[in-house]
Design a protein around this ligand. Sequence first.
Ligand code: SAH
Length: 352
Amino acid sequence: MNRTNDIRSFTYDELLKVAAEAGARDYTAGQIFGWLHRKKTGCLSQMTNVSKDVRSFLEKNYPIFSVTRREVLVSSIDGTRKYIHSLCDGNVIETVLLRYDYGNTVCISSQAGCRMGCAFCASTIDGLARNLTAGEMAAQVYSVEEDINERVSHVVVMGSGEPLDNYENFTRFVDIITDKRGAGLGGRNITASTCGLADKIRELADRKYALTLALSLHAVTDEKRKQIMPVANKYPLKEVIDACRYYFDTTGRRITLEYSLIAGFNDTDEDVRGLADIASYLSAHVNLIPVNPIKERSFAPTGPKDAVLLKNKLEKNNINVTIRREMGRDISGACGQLRRSFQSKYVGERNA
Ligand code: SAH
């Protein structure tokens, strides 16, 4: 199976070449792009205004990689929906719909599994299965829209995986989903979160997307960060912060610093001072997230009262701070846990 020929991962310009290969005219490329990303179908047979010859050419050479809804867990508290999607090779991934006042937000996975090894995260426990194609990232959004029969206005790339470790497919996803001839999602409505691959942060900055970049900081010294995030061995904090500063200076987009509060580990006064310094230097917004305990590891979250005290201390330093509201408490489970519990169920199944 060649993942580079997933037609949902093709940009408009690339589809022009595919149309030419199929012996069709340019407008056929527009029709196909429209079917895939505006009408959001995952089925060639629905493309009724594309000739049968072109469709069978596509079927042979450029299949649509399926993303199939398998399980949906719905929160009765706030309408959060957690999805298990299966891919054409039987891998499974998680996708989450969060309903906010400003619109429907979908949290997508960028990889099946992850190889970053963060100590508190369930997504990385079994390592990386594979990168997702750009089309498989977009299809998660479309599947949710189909399920709820409503539009999705915001996308956060904060599910399983490290988007900048799948840089080519991730940037292709941004190019495709923001294309006005297709889904036309606003670049400002996309947030991507990274554990801090400094060189890729700089590359991304140079693309000058309007998206928001979130850095998973979680500790303010290299010594501490290395204890929970192996990526810190490769990219020292100074390099990561400099890259974030470059991102802000180049794009004008404010960085968000994600900080998972782990009781007694990263919530001392010294940590707060360090966090305030980094946030001031970057003019960044800070998002505090009491760590979501996973059964495989023993991390306890900072209590709600202490989290508020910490927020107040940061605010005294003129830092813009929020404590992340927990969504879907009744269907909770940390990032990647749901996937792990369903992984074995669909393995070996092929539906492409
Ligand atoms: N790889 C990217 C994006 C995926 S994880 C990154 O590292 O940013 C999305 C966010 O959830 C990251 O900030 C990650 O550190 C955080 N996270 C993962 N597991 C968590 C847990 N158990 N509790 C709280 N936050 C967690």
